[in-house]
Design a protein around this ligand. Sequence first.
Ligand code: B16
Ligand code: MG
Length: 209
Amino acid sequence: MRAVIFDLDGVICFTDKLHYKAWKAVADELGIYFDEKINDRLRGVSRMDSLEIILENADRTFSEEEKKEIAEKKNNIYVSLLDTMSEKDLGNDVRGALDVLRQKGKLLAIGSSSKNTKKILEKIGLNGFFDAVSDGTNITRSKPDPEVFLKAAEMLEVDPSDAIVVEDAMSGIDAALAGGFKCVGIGEAATHPNVTYPLKDLSDLPKLV
Ligand code: B16
Ligand code: MG
């Protein structure tokens, strides 16, 4: 393997609780039922697709204009919550794996659905660390479409068969496989029936590549 492409939320850092807080505030205001189980379905899913999942529990329909306003409101809350993050939000297993892979000369990239990737990388002290960053700002199709990972491989100038994707979401594993990548699944993604390597955390990742 010449390259490793990391998902961000749920792999490099854990912003899912912040996404939950922000969506919950917005859903409560609209009187729409929302819980952590529904939040789990939002992993790796784009902002607008996440909103569609939340609106499944609404008792009325929303215009495109209203949906845009709701998504913007959620994002403003989420972005202010991101300000509470710091380098401390990077686990030892993550920092250790990144450093060993760097020493081994591997190309390292981000492949995230988030449009807030840049801000998150800044907050956790990884701004400028990766050789390529492919995120929600450069894609038109959300995971399980492989676009975000294919763009990352293109930026690194590597073939998908020479790169491995690390994911926490089922939709992310589907995306990696659809793009012709091998993949590592952590968390829920470790239970995906077709995941190449299921792992508990990133400690053993350097041994695989
Ligand atoms: P934003 P990932 C994903 O990031 C999150 O898992 C998902 O919950 C979120 O809706 C999506 O980013 C979009 O995020 O609203 O910041 O653009 O797991 O692909 O790194
Ligand atoms: Mg994720």
